[in-house]
Design a protein around this ligand. Structure first.
Ligand SMILES: O=C(O)[C@H](O)[C@@H](O)[C@H](O)[C@H](O)COP(=O)(O)O
Length: 241
């Protein structure tokens, strides 16, 4: 269903429950990945972390496709070791890279170095293993309108949102983020062949609609949606309970 929010047309799909959303989103992403494999013999997927994606990851992990040809990476990462409960790598390994998807090739962003800047430098080289442009990028959104680690109060927000950034990954320092971050830059995200924003709850829906309806782009999610090469998909469900 295409939905007009402000002057913006996008593929808005809403579901009765997070469970129904997870099934439909896993079907859609599996279809996109299988299509890429059929076309190029490889596929690439970047996923976001946080609390929302676990259910979707678990359903996607069961989908039958040639996962050995899929490279999975992260849209962003907290600057914490993979043993930390805050780690998106930990979340992805525990909920997505299992079952059928255990055969995927995973490219994490974190390195055990002193600074997020040093970790970003190492990840810049490691990400050569990811066949960019991404076939699928899954975004989440915070209630402050951040997506990836593009926090509204990030010190280097203009660099993160630079559509011509030569970098693939950058370190992020933002007071509103619990820890320093590592994030793919805007061009690497918006060039994805399929971009899907996964949000749940009325609060995030309100923030998203306000961001998209604003006459002047303000929140990071709006800059990403505006810059998307492909028409973005938005999957929404009410919070359970
Ligand atoms: O590392 C992260 O936190 C994510 O990549 C981030 O962009 C996330 O998608 C939003 O913060 C929403 O997080 P929740 O799903 O926890 O609300």
């Amino acid at each position: 269903m295409r939905n007009r929010i402000g002057a913006f047309l996008l593929n808005w799909k809403e579901f009765d429950s997070p469970e129904a959303l997870a099934q439909a989103q896993a079907d859609q992403v599996a279809e996109w990945l299988a299509g890429a494999i059929a076309e190029k013999d490889v596929a690439s997927l970047a996923v976001s972390g946080g609390k929302t994606p676990a259910r979707f990851f678990e359903v996607l992990s069961t989908r039958l496709l040639d996962w050995s040809k899929v490279t999975v990476t992260l849209v962003d990462e907290r600057f914490v070791p993979p043993s930390s409960d805050r780690s998106n790598e930990k979340l992805t390994r525990e909920h997505l890279l299992r079952n059928e998807a255990a055969n995927a090739h995973f490219v994490p962003l974190y390195s055990e170095v002193d600074t997020p800047e040093a970790a970003a430098e190492k990840a810049e080289y490691r990400l050569v293993e990811v066949p960019f442009p991404l076939d699928v990028a899954i975004l989440g959104m915070g209630t402050n309108g951040h997506t990836a680690s593009f926090f509204p109060d990030a010190e280097s927000l203009s660099g993160l949102l630079d559509p011509k950034s030569p970098q693939t990954i950058m370190a992020v320092h933002a007071a509103s983020a619990e820890e320093p971050r590592l994030t793919l830059t805007l061009p690497r995200i918006v060039e994805a062949r399929h971009l899907l924003l996964h949000i749940e709850g009325d609060g995030k829906r309100d923030v998203f609609e306000q961001a998209m309806a604003a006459g002047t782009p303000e929140l990071p999610i709006r800059f990403v949606m505006d810059a998307a090469n492909s028409e973005p998909f938005v999957y929404w469900a009410p919070n359970k309970g």
